[in-house]
Design a protein around this ligand. Structure first.
Ligand code: AQP
Length: 334
């Protein structure tokens, strides 16, 4: 059995933001030295909510460009988009027949995204975790780097793997481990420290996008909601101060230090001093990535070639797994 294969994905649903970077993409980059890595632009997942067809293909390229600009090497890691490898949907159907309604009913992301209009949500949004399980298990991946918000879906992936193995009397699918690390595993909105920074938040002010200029970053940080107190000297002093905790966490993650280290430096100082230091750090880390993304997006055919080649490499791994699944369940003779 494979012991160290990483799989993860990002949806091409709009402008990528700091939460996607610190919760996922930067960790994708770091893992390349120790794992065999497969990174997917999950375009089929994006369709669970309406996407403008004219924008979807471009958003897919943009996520691929962000992967590469952030430091994922398409020669060593596999970068591709989900819809090009049929095994994802083929295995997902099998998992739809393994997962239980009760399991999916418990998924908090469905409840949040469907909101009050549950009856109007697409059935794809409801069964999304089955496809996510197939994304991962079609590669027999063992580790999945994600932000905190995806933890429940990974637990469901483990439940599906376990039930499949049990129902068919095999030891085929591994039980995946989430890799949730860094000081900002759940980056919060700049406007409201109790809600997640998200692409679908209608307020542009709530998030820092990969594509924001240095001026836009500085303006958003300046306007970020805070409280009037100076920063505490110890992490315990951040309890009940969501907005302050969020900004300090972002700083710590970007600087690759602990929250305690940041407070040792800034404790007792007000946001008038801390915010400019945070914007400088954000600009230093994000602007080179967005510059490189822009250069890559100037040559879409190059990105398309990387995605096509990545899909061939991905299919070479996933197709035999799909075939074995078909044999196990009896769709093709063993
Ligand atoms: N705020 C966040 N903090 C930390 N990690 C985050 N991620 C997303 N938001 C945060 C992580 O980014 C990866 C890719 O996410 P996704 O694009 O597949 O979808 P999402 O989690 O639904 O992200 P958004 O931005 O909230 O998109 P919308 O608004 O379209 O739903 C995942 O690993 C996720 O954990």
């Amino acid at each position: 059995m494979i012991s160290n294969r990483v799989f993860s994905g990002v949806q091409p649903t709009g402008s990528l933001h700091l939460g996607n970077y610190l919760g996922a993409i930067r960790n994708f980059v770091d893992l390349q030295s120790d794992y065999e890595c497969i990174y997917c632009v999950v375009d089929l997942h994006a369709l669970t909510q309406w996407q403008d067809p004219a924008e979807l293909a471009n958003n897919t390229r943009e996520v691929a460009a962000a992967f590469i600009a952030a430091g994922i090497d398409p020669e060593t890691s596999i970068i591709f988009n989900q819809s090009r490898v049929a095994a994802h949907t083929q295995v997902a159907w099998i998992f739809s027949c393994v997962a239980r309604m009760g399991w999916l009913n418990r998924m908090t992301q469905f409840k949040e995204k469907a909101g009050k209009h549950r009856e109007n949500a697409s059935t794809g949004l409801f069964t999304y975790p089955n496809l996510m399980a197939a994304d991962i298990l079609a590669y027999l991946a063992t580790h999945v780097p994600v932000g905190e918000d995806q933890k429940q879906h990974l637990e469901l992936t483990r439940d599906i793997a376990q039930k499949f193995n049990h129902d068919f009397g095999v030891e085929f699918f591994p039980l995946v481990e989430p890799l949730i690390f860094g000081e900002a595993t759940r980056v919060m909105s700049l406007r409201d420290g109790s809600s997640k920074m998200s692409k679908s938040d209608p307020s542009e002010q709530s998030r820092i996008n990969f594509t924001d200029s240095a001026d836009e970053i500085a303006r958003k940080v300046r306007r970020a909601t805070t409280d009037p107190e100076p920063l505490p000297s110890e992490p315990a002093g951040l309890a009940g101060r969501n907005e302050a905790a969020n900004l300090v966490g972002i700083y710590a993650a970007l600087a690759r230090v602990t929250v305690a280290d940041v407070l040792a430096e800034f404790g007792g100082r007000g946001f008038a001093e801390f915010k400019p230091a945070l914007s400088d750090l954000l600009v230093e880390k994000l602007v080179p990535i967005s510059d490189q993304m822009r250069r890559l997006m100037d040559d879409p055919s190059h990105i398309d070639a990387i995605l096509a080649q990545g899909a061939d490499r991905a299919a070479a791994v996933a197709d035999p797994v799909r075939d074995r699944v078909y044999e196990i369940v009896g769709l093709i003779p063993a």
